[in-house]
Design a protein around this ligand. Structure first.
Ligand SMILES: [Zn+2]
Length: 572
């Protein structure tokens, strides 16, 4: 039924620890876990069960053949097929049969199988052109509600005669969603925190019924959890994977029909699941920035020209540092990289329209750097020796704190107009805000001058990539753009040996300048301006290639994976 694609040699290489990076979630000897009340331990087990069930939803959303292929790999492995066993390791790492690796190459585990722009959300043989023409035909036949059902975040799309049909995820995944909802309700019976239990009940309801408002109520409650919170459970719904829905605005006739019928196309939500325990000390540390956010809002460029995401006295932003037990589905799929923190819900979500706030969750076990020796080798090959003293893992976390909080600043509405460039520009904004505000945060006493230098050097060095990313990888594209901008403005430079030099004094003003350009584009809501800005800065230069060459010889990792000792032990 399937044929394996990679040779045994290639599979051995990619699953060897030199090439396969492993992030390890907590085990049963983790302090946060040991300190849990019995009721919370019991609840955690049910949450893990729910997460595991929902992972199947993600696999199906990613590719309709994922589950069959996984079963094939498991069967072949039990028959002693070594290539299948090694392929299964990679399947579980990237959570899917096709995914991008850390050097931007696609890894296809099954021969002849590819990945389409519509992922598993759409029929795999549906081309962009056919998709557009069917939608036009449906709109002309007055099938307005049917088209709405196709272009929402929530649906899976199937063929329906000559047309297409969108099926709400609560119906398409009724079996998985119902089982997961049962587990959430069981968890709510034993967990010790009433607010968290209330959230679990709301989330269970949202899984059972086809009503977008139920998701909004659950999201709103989740984003408020802060005081006395013990456990963390998130069903993340992000739109980075689906590259098909957004293309409808590129077809003039279709765009006009959609506008006339007031249909807003929204890319599909990929389901991810995060389960963990809130780390008290780490969380207290995060909350230190909270009082400065209204102040920083006042320093945003052109602040009088738009409604700020966060206004003075707005206390809706919560933040927690989490010891992770498991990342399932989209959260745990290692594809090119894996996220160290998230600020959710995103702008397209209904909870923000009913007064809901946002919540930042930081991933302790993902940001940990275990191999210090390897890090030193990388620094020796790529960074000016005089700057090594400033490179610091904790500084990288401080940078991330700035990044996540700046997502909550800037124009609240209208960035949908930037189409496929929306995500790149939003990530670019968060990075440049994190840098641009460093002088203010030093002046306010949040950071010392020394910490500022650490954050700057760690950020500038971390911005250099191992290879040129494709335009679909928003996070990595923005890193290239930033390096280009910093090179052009003399804030960073690269010598002939491929080592990075940083002019520390120039970084904050350069970031502030770039932030101004970004906010101007977000205010103007002009797709063409966004495109011109990205084309100007998304340039892979000789300097970048010199550093990339050194990175590729010292950082050999091609794939990555997440391991779950505690979850495996509890779910046995
Ligand atoms: Zn971000």
């Amino acid at each position: 039924m399937f044929e394996l694609n990679l040779t045994e040699e290639e599979l051995k290489k990619r699953t060897d620890k030199t090439y396969l990076l492993t992030k390890t979630m907590i085990s049963s000897d983790n302090e946060s876990y040991k300190n849990l009340a019995d009721g919370d331990k019991e609840a955690l087990l049910h949450l893990l069960k729910a997460g595991k069930i929902l992972e199947d939803v993600y696999l199906r959303q990613d590719n309709e053949k994922n589950k069959a292929f996984k079963k094939f790999l498991e069967d072949e492995t039990s028959k002693g097929n070594e290539r299948a066993r090694l392929s299964l390791i990679l399947f579980n790492a990237q959570k899917g049969m096709s995914a991008i690796d850390r050097e931007s190459n696609m890894v296809y585990l099954a021969k002849g199988e590819t990945s389409s722009d519509g992922k598993g959300f759409y029929p795999s043989d549906l081309t962009k052109e056919e998709f557009h023409s069917i939608l036009i035909k449906m709109l002309k036949a007055d099938k307005i509600d049917d088209v709405k059902n196709i272009l929402t975040q929530r649906s899976m799309v199937v063929r329906d005669g000559e047309y297409l049909k969108g099926i709400d995820y609560t119906e398409f995944f009724k079996d998985e969603f119902t089982k997961a909802a049962d587990e959430l309700e069981l968890a709510a019976k034993t967990s010790t925190n009433n607010d968290f239990n209330e959230y679990l009940i709301l989330q269970a309801k949202a899984l059972r019924d086809n009503d977008p408002m139920l998701d909004a109520y659950a999201d709103k409650k989740w984003a408020e959890l802060q005081e006395d919170a013990v456990l963390e459970f998130t069903i993340s719904r992000e739109q980075y994977a689906d590259m098909l829905t957004g293309t409808v605005i590129e077809n003039e006739e279709l765009k006009q029909l959609l506008d006339e019928n007031e249909i807003e196309p929204l890319a599909k939500d990929s389901i991810g699941i995060r389960i963990g325990i809130i780390n008290k000390e780490g969380t207290e540390n995060l909350l230190k920035i909270k009082k400065y956010i209204p102040l920083l809002a006042g320093y945003m460029p052109f602040k009088d020209e738009y409604e700020q995401n966060i206004t003075e006295g707005d206390d809706k932003q919560t933040m927690v540092d989490v010891d992770l037990a498991a990342l399932y589905g989209d959260e745990g799929a290692y594809r090119g990289g894996i996220t160290v923190a998230q600020n959710l819900p995103n702008n397209d979500k209904l909870s923000l329209t009913i007064g809901g706030g946002r919540r930042n969750v930081y991933h302790r076990q993902i940001r940990e750097i275990k191999d210090k020796e390897k890090l030193q080798k990388r620094l020796d090959a790529t960074l000016d020796k005089d700057l090594h003293k400033y490179f610091d893992a904790e500084a990288s976390h401080k940078f991330t704190i700035g990044h996540e909080n700046v997502h909550s600043l800037g124009p609240k509405n209208g960035t949908e107009a930037l189409g496929k460039y929306k995500n790149i520009i939003e990530e670019n904004k968060a990075d440049m805000g994190s840098m641009a505000f460093l002088d203010i945060l030093v002046k306010e006493g949040m950071y010392t001058e020394e910490e500022k230098k650490q954050i700057i050097v760690t950020f500038c060095a971390g911005n250099f990539m191992k290879s040129e990313p494709p335009i679909s990888q928003a996070h990595r594209v923005r890193s290239v753009m930033q390096t280009k901008y910093f090179l052009d403005h003399g804030a960073v430079s690269v010598d002939n040996e491929g080592r990075i030099h940083v002019d520390i004094e120039k970084v904050v003003p350069t970031a502030a300048k770039m932030l101004e350009e970004i906010i101007r584009i977000q205010i103007d809501r002009d797709f063409n301006k966004a495109e011109a800005y990205i084309n100007k800065n998304f340039v892979w230069t000789d300097e970048m290639e010199r550093v990339a060459k050194n990175l590729r010889t010292t950082d050999l990792e091609l794939n990555g994976r997440v391991e779950y000792p505690l979850a495996d032990e509890l779910l046995k």
